[in-house]
Design a protein around this ligand. Sequence first.
Ligand code: OSB
Ligand code: MG
Length: 397
Amino acid sequence: MQLPSTADPGVVPASHERAAGLEVTIRPARAEVFMLSLPMVRTFRSAYGQSGGHKRLIVVRLEDQDGTPGWGEAPVAERPRYCTDTAESTWFALTGLLLPPLIGQSFAGPARVTDTWADIMGQNYARNAVESAAWAIASAKLDVPLSQLWGGVRDAVDVGESFPICDTAEELLAEVGARLAEGFGRVKLKIAPGWDVTAVRAVQEEFPGVPVTVDANCGYSLDSGPWAELDGLGLVMIEQPLAGDALIEMSELQQALRTPLCLDESASSYNTTRTALRLSAGRIVNIKPPRLGGFLTSMAVHDLCLREQVPAWCGGTLETGIGRGFNLALASLPGFTLHSDMSPARLFYDQDLVEPTFDIRPDGTIAVPTRSGNGFPVASERVAAAAIRRWSSDTRA
Ligand code: OSB
Ligand code: MG
């Protein structure tokens, strides 16, 4: 299969260096953290199990001394299945570790804010939320949209949809048909033993020619997967077939297959991603800012992918429009050459936390936000209404 070419790495300035050197004064005067409970409109089933009902989610609001607000999102999970961060661990990281040392300080730019946490390991979802808020403040103060600040090269992002495991093929085909009619240009099927080759074949028979990928979420072992059959299906990629840290096995599997493997859980840090690419443990990278602990690290991984001519795309973890606003700006960078997981909030939640929200256009793209600050205006009254727990730097003990 011919992969889309990446831009010439020789002429593209490293986005991480540009972003890390950006100078704009940020003086966090107060911070608020909201633990939300949002009703979901459907259940989302993967190799990890099922999420549905109400989903907890954490939102951060940082306010500059000049009154400029910036919002960030931690699209946390209830249980540590996809990664070690959870709703409770992220709450503690935000209110106990990351936010208190920022209040009342002055920073020369967003990267200097994150320097504060040099002695703290992990807490990537919490880091991502605060770094996002700092970027929103920087963008608002400069009155330059994030895509432009970060060196974006496109005003629209190609999007695909991620389809949870279903009880029946009919159920899956109805969902896929609805999303394709809306314009989604790539079908990603969540797979697990018992729901893999037959699900792919069903989609390919009903919708010939549509690009299909599968995401195994670490659900197989080198000896147990239907590798030869999957390899014969012409998939765009197989996302994370084996355990995240099984880089040697991922490499062995990649040598045995024509289909590119895509790193998701394995791309847990810049160095690990670099190691995985050096080992040929995958040929595509799913860049997810919360998993990587923010946008500076995501840009460093993006730059690595450009240098290594490895196609990248922006993944998601069921973000609302707050998180997607940042992800869309990131996906406008030159190395994001494959369809991103960027579905609008209406597919998961009964309402978005931004107003107006965004949606897919008939040409299969989502417009990159042109607004400065948060890409989409945050509906603060909805955040307040959905909050089941709140923390403010003003009232902390
Ligand atoms: O593996 O890509 C994944 C959601 C939660 C955790 C892990 C993953 C996902 C998705 C959702 O696939 C994609 C999206 O946010 O649209
Ligand atoms: Mg994945």
